[in-house]
Design a protein around this ligand. Structure first.
Ligand code: ZN
Length: 284
């Protein structure tokens, strides 16, 4: 009984980070490019479905069409629900998986890193179901815009999911979007256009865990998949390392052919996964 109780602790250890790394590697090696709302992104969605399913989680596709600057396109989100009690509120954890259209970018960090983290988390959470919160893990298509972010360019998958949750009247406790969290030289940033109370709560948690040097708030606003959830009135944050480059402070690997698997590390994936596990534990 005692060991069962111990086993019920949510953790994210090196073996989880290796699952995350291998999942990201498979996505990058076999499903690049996977541009917003393309055949490539649909195939990538199937890969995520198969991979997460083989890890023992209950996972499904949600396809929809939306207007884009290139005409109407079909998008495919992947969802995994971990329900411990139907009356619980939902914690929604989101990562995009698509790559930037029109450029050569494998998206190892920008997309694949957090796809892998969510895959490993899905496996963990399917065994350790947090008692007081239900979890929706969502791998969304179409974060990347064709030219400039707007109502019909970029953030298609998250806008679709946010509108769906709103329409269904889902009781959402909070939304966490994660992006670019596998960088070898990791610093997790929380942009200014996020929910203030939730942002401060995560910073406080980071201080308690003695990792304040690696989890910081920044003055800049970042356009990412948390924005549609904020716009629908949900409490949302974005965790992103927006300094991804050849030297500290630079972002010169972002949206370039340099965004490759050798730039991300198992250790950074473990840190980011553990941070998410702490937040989930705290909210449950
Ligand atoms: Zn991007």
């Amino acid at each position: 009984m005692f060991s069962l109780l111990l086993a019920a602790q949510l953790a994210f250890v090196e073996s989880d980070a290796r699952i995350a790394y291998d999942t990201a590697k498979g996505l990058v090696e076999s499903y690049t490019p996977r541009e917003s709302g393309s055949v490539g992104s649909r195939r990538a969605a199937m890969y995520i479905l198969d991979t997460v399913s083989s890890l023992g989680a209950d996972v499904r596709l949600d396809s929809f069409t939306a207007k884009t600057p290139k005409g109407e396109r079909q998008f495919t989100n992947v969802e995994c629900s971990i329900v411990s009690n139907p009356s619980n509120k939902w914690l929604v954890v989101v990562s995009h998986f698509d790559t930037k259209p029109g450029i050569s970018c494998p998206g190892a960090n920008d997309g694949a890193s957090t796809v892998g983290i969510l895959a490993a988390l899905a496996a963990r959470l399917s065994v350790v179901r947090p008692k007081n919160v239900n979890i929706l893990l969502a791998w969304v298509d179409g974060e990347e815009c064709f030219s400039f972010y707007g109502q019909s360019d970029g953030l298609w998958g998250s806008r679709h999911l946010a509108a769906k949750l709103k329409e269904q009247g889902s009781k959402v406790r909070a939304v966490i979007n994660v992006d670019m969290l596998g960088d070898r030289d990791l610093k997790v940033m929380i942009p200014s256009n996020t929910h203030g109370g939730f942002r401060r709560g995560i910073l406080k948690l980071a201080a308690q865990k003695k990792v304040s040097d690696k989890v910081v708030e920044i003055d800049d606003a970042v356009t990412d998949d948390h924005v549609p959830f904020m716009e629908e009135g949900f409490k949302a944050v974005n965790l992103i390392d927006f300094e991804y480059g050849s030297a500290p402070g630079r972002n010169d690997y972002w949206h370039t052919p340099e965004d490759t698997m050798d730039k991300i590390s198992v250790e950074s994936l473990r840190f980011s996964g553990e941070l998410l596990a702490w937040i989930i534990e705290r909210l449950s």
